[in-house]
Design a protein around this ligand. Structure first.
Ligand SMILES: C[S@@+](CC[C@H](N)C(=O)[O-])C[C@H]1O[C@@H](n2cnc3c(N)ncnc32)[C@H](O)[C@@H]1O
Length: 182
């Protein structure tokens, strides 16, 4: 059975089942799987909202932390999702635009001093480093919190979290932690 919401349930557990974790995804079946995972772990601090995240609101800088677990080309999970290897990946320019919109929208919800984390499961620099560099140029209120400050340098590159399947023997992933300074 596919497992969903690993990051969401991990965050909820780290909060010791206190506070409020708002999970937004537009696909009802994904939300059903998240509910099953949350129930199995007896987590009661997750609020699930099934909607287009780009329309989620009211927009207000109300959240301490926002995670954008972005739709991406998935190059980092080819070993688990073999079908992805045979797709033409013509949709990458569309994905890049969607990621950009998701980041811009999400940024509006972050409180001053709060954090915005962007993650993908790809190694494509256009969806990762370049996406974040463009975001930081457009949003001078945010700065990069360098990953090597908290994560072993084996898993970081240029301030970002980065795992590569053939080097780390795990899924490829990218993460950027940004802080809103004003
Ligand atoms: C990389 S996956 C993350 C999956 C999820 N975090 C999990 O652990 O299962 C990207 C997710 O973005 C969702 N998505 C794509 N466009 C969206 C949109 N406009 N609004 C809400 N969710 C969207 C997809 O349904 C997909 O589940």
């Amino acid at each position: 059975m596919p497992l969903r919401g690993g990051k969401c349930t991990y965050i909820a557990e780290k909060l010791n089942n206190t506070g409020e974790v708002i999970a937004v995804d537009k696909i009802p079946n994904k939300m059903k799987l998240l509910k099953q995972a949350a129930d199995r772990l007896q987590l009661t601090n997750i609020v699930q909202i099934t909607t287009d995240a780009l329309k989620y609101g009211p927009v207000a800088p109300a959240y301490d932390r926002v995670l954008v677990d972005a739709p991406c080309s998935g190059w980092g999970v080819f070993s688990r999702k073999a079908d992805l290897r045979w797709q033409a990946h013509n949709d990458i320019p569309e994905l890049i635009k969607l990621q950009e919109k998701a980041l811009e929208h999400a940024a509006n919800f972050v409180k001053p001093e709060g954090y915005l984390v962007y993650s993908t499961c790809t190694m494509n620099p256009d969806e990762n480093e370049k996406q974040i560099e463009k975001f930081l140029r457009r949003n001078p209120k945010f700065t990069l919190v360098r990953a090597e400050n908290t994560i072993s340098s084996d898993f970081t590159e240029n301030g970002f979290l980065k795992t590569i399947p053939f080097r780390h023997f795990m899924d490829g992933a990218f993460g950027a932690k940004l802080q809103r300074t004003k």
